[in-house]
Design a protein around this ligand. Structure first.
Ligand SMILES: [Zn+2]
Length: 329
């Protein structure tokens, strides 16, 4: 069966399953409400805000690419019985996001990035949807989803509203400290080396916020293959700028990055792979890299070190996070 037909059938099936599950009794579990999110970055913020007031479960685990995500039959049962669905929006979740945007009446859904971050601050692209969805890469911007999440959760558990407002404020203070630390780290890289080459364009907001240039081989979505011309123009940049390191991503096949490295070597420029970055998914659950703060810390340290800078010690505002995960510096 051609892939496109299979996708359409899958899409319709999920839609039917979702509407079938929208009965009034579904999801009426005793106790804490359950919140389903798409990417882990939303789940982590929501869990920090909710504390013990709600259970938060991400659909998309480590290494999962949200741009091409297809809901399984199991997912649609989960979505049909949950109390609240949080997704990013701004086209991050591709067709699945369009589906979530339409199921409104059965379950409350909220596109957190669209609710928290005004369109004027979104980077325009020439991609299918016209927007760059990777807003979590700007830590100060992403912090704003804590407040909209707290408001949305408060409608489910009104007696927790004040506590969740305080949780959101405390979490945003941590992200404020993180934001300053990232800025300081990137500023330590020699100016001519502040260029970030990755497999796909996930770091536009990071670059804008912290002062880097970006050169992703693919555009803002991974839905289509990288073209030979994209690889060639990235090689030109690497050779012309003598870029010391390029990066692979945990949720994207590293093939194209290896092709760039090889082609640059053929033209006499050695660039090394500066490590794996978390772009569209966090690390393993239950590890420091499986938290939003940890993902940003990991990326920033890898980028800073590979491009010739020195990241300063973590600020005191992140002490609680560092202690929780046994991070010493
Ligand atoms: Zn992406």
């Amino acid at each position: 069966m051609p892939k496109s037909i299979f996708r359409i059938i899958n899409f319709i099936t999920v839609g039917l399953l979702l509407s079938a599950c929208g009965s009034p009794t579904a999801g009426e579990v005793a106790g804490k409400p359950e919140v389903i999110t798409t990417v882990g970055m939303i789940a982590d913020v929501a869990q920090n805000v909710a504390g013990r007031c709600a259970t938060v479960v991400p659909l998309m685990g480590p290494g999962t690419d949200p741009h091409t995500y297809r809901a399984s039959a199991r997912d649609s049962r989960t979505l049909g019985s949950t109390d609240l669905i949080l997704y990013s929006g701004y086209a991050l979740e591709g067709e699945f996001g369009e589906l979530l945007g339409r199921i409104g009446e059965g379950r409350p859904t909220l596109a957190v990035a669209e609710a928290a971050i005004p369109r004027a601050e979104i980077i325009a692209t020439d991609s299918k949807y016209g927007v760059d969805p990777h807003v979590w890469m700007d830590v100060a911007s992403w912090g704003r989803i804590a407040d909209v999440t707290a408001r949305s959760l408060s409608e489910l558990v009104p007696n927790c509203a004040a506590r969740m407002r305080r949780n959101a404020a405390a979490y945003r203070r941590q992200l404020g400290a993180l934001d300053g630390w990232v800025r300081e780290s990137i500023a330590s890289i020699p100016e001519e080396q502040r260029i970030l080459v990755t497999a796909h364009d996930a770091f536009g907001y990071y670059a804008r916020a912290y002062g880097l240039e970006v050169a992703g081989i693919q555009g803002v979505s991974t839905a289509s293959e990288a073209a030979i011309s994209d690889i060639r123009s990235t090689v030109d940049t690497v050779v012309a700028r003598r870029v010391p390191a390029i990066f692979v991503e945990s949720s994207v096949n590293g093939r194209t990055i290896q092709a760039v490295q090889q082609a640059a070597a053929d033209r006499g420029v050695e660039t090394r792979v500066g490590g794996q970055l978390y772009s569209d998914a966090m690390g393993e659950a239950g590890t420091k890299d499986g938290t939003y703060i940890g993902m940003i810390v990991h990326n920033t340290r890898a980028i800073t070190q590979a491009l010739g800078g020195t990241a300063p010690p973590l600020p005191t505002g992140l002490r609680a996070w560092a202690e929780r995960w046994g991070v010493t510096s």
